[in-house]
Design a protein around this ligand. Structure first.
Ligand SMILES: [Zn+2]
Length: 400
């Protein structure tokens, strides 16, 4: 806590010194060009306050000067940014509103002030005001990509998927970078909302659009399979799941339990066994998700799945077992290990975001940490290092 406070104070001092530097430059320039050569005494008072570590007083004085002097646009921007970073949004807002009200402001400066004001509003959750500002900036070439991204963030937060999709299309047009996969995710959101409301027609319609935009998006395939299964088209559901795992075996953790559920014989069905054999044979990436599915769902533990678990575990347990290789042959040890492993996996975050590192026990399509879409993936270090102290400490003794 103390370290955080010190860091904050240091950051603040740097920012204030930056604002002070700006003032100092302004004073110097003013002296050079002024015929009368007078500098308002408040400049020196503000700088003295800075040197005395009275940052708040210094800021107040700078603000007064900025309010009085029509020739202090840069200072206004610096102060506005400083206040926002300090979390003093009201002050930042006032500065940016003052700027916008100045009739002599250049077009670019006015747009910049609008952008800053929009950010102030976003920070305090005044999304309707921010929306109006960023909608205006959408027509300004220099700010349009930024404005489109801010509007996307606002509509995503409001779960207004059609509007968010419209802005993504606009962004695509501005930047030339495809947004189709994310727009497909929006349609998946609409599918799930429609299913929740039991509006099957709307769900199917949204899913058609999702497929058109992102036929290979994992979530789209999962929904196609889910809807096919709900409509009784088991063959199609099974085909979608197979194609999904052929392409992305890491989703076996999610797919295998539902795939087994398509058939009366469950995991004992020929279809399930064939699928597991195929994905394990085709990709090494399949072993961890298959093993996790097996640990989490006892009904899936056919020999191939158990083999995947043992291989994952074996890699880690071998060094422990060199003295007593027969230990793992013990039924009791195996049962106890499986129990321990189940508990371990149930308590661990299984998924992690590639962009920000956020981790969670379940897969989020929209990362709660950084708001990226489709960025979370199954972690590769799920299984415990049995040699490490905190795990071996909890290992049950044979026979228990
Ligand atoms: Zn993230």
């Amino acid at each position: 806590m103390r370290a955080e406070t010190l860091a904050l104070a240091f950051a603040l001092a740097l920012i204030v010194l930056g604002a002070g530097g700006l003032i100092w430059n302004r004073i110097s320039r003013r002296r050079m060009r002024s015929t009368e050569g007078s500098t308002p005494p408040e400049y020196f008072e503000a700088l003295t306050a800075l040197l005395d570590n009275r940052a708040d007083r210094a800021l107040e004085l700078f603000l007064e000067l900025a309010d009085r002097d029509a020739d202090t646009v840069e200072l206004h921007f610096a102060l506005g940014s400083l206040f926002r970073r300090k979390g003093e949004i009201e002050r930042a807002t006032r500065i940016h509103q003052n700027l916008i009200a100045r009739p002599a402001l250049s077009r670019t400066q006015r747009n910049l002030a609008l952008k800053e004001l929009g950010e102030d509003y976003m920070q305090v959750g005044l999304n309707d005001r921010a929306e109006r500002i960023f909608s205006e900036l959408l027509d300004r070439k220099r700010f349009q990509a930024f404005a489109a991204r801010q509007l996307v963030a606002i509509y995503e937060q409001q779960q207004d998927w059609p509007q968010a999709a419209a802005l993504r299309r606009r962004l695509e047009w501005i930047t030339g970078v495809s947004e189709r996969a994310v727009i497909a995710q929006y349609h998946c959101e609409m599918v799930e909302a429609a299913l929740e409301r039991e509006e099957d027609g709307a769900a199917r319609e949204a899913l058609r659009e999702a497929r058109r935009l992102g036929p290979d998006v994992v979530r789209v395939r999962l929904l196609v399979a889910r809807l096919s299964s709900a409509e009784g088209d088991i063959r199609r559901a099974a085909r979608e799941y197979r194609q999904l795992l052929d392409r992305d075996p890491e989703y076996a953790e999610i797919v295998l339990p539902v795939f087994a559920g398509l058939f009366p014989a469950g995991a004992r069905s020929a279809e399930f066994q064939t699928l597991v054999r195929r994905i394990l044979a085709s990709s090494r990436r399949a072993r961890i998700p298959v093993a996790v599915a097996g640990v989490k769902h006892p009904q899936l533990r056919i020999p191939e799945v158990l083999g995947a678990i043992e291989m994952e575990l074996g890699k880690r347990i071998d060094p422990l077992m060199t003295d007593e290789p027969s230990l793992l042959e013990s039924h009791d040890v195996r049962v106890a290990l499986m129990r321990l492993l189940t508990r371990w996996v149930e308590q661990r975050p299984l998924y992690q975001c590639d962009s920000c590192g956020f981790s969670a026990r379940v897969l989020y399509w929209h990362c709660p940490g950084c708001r990226s879409w489709g960025s979370m993936h199954l972690k590769q270090d799920i299984f415990p290092e049995l040699g490490s102290d905190h795990v071996t400490h909890g290992l049950p003794r044979p026979g228990l």
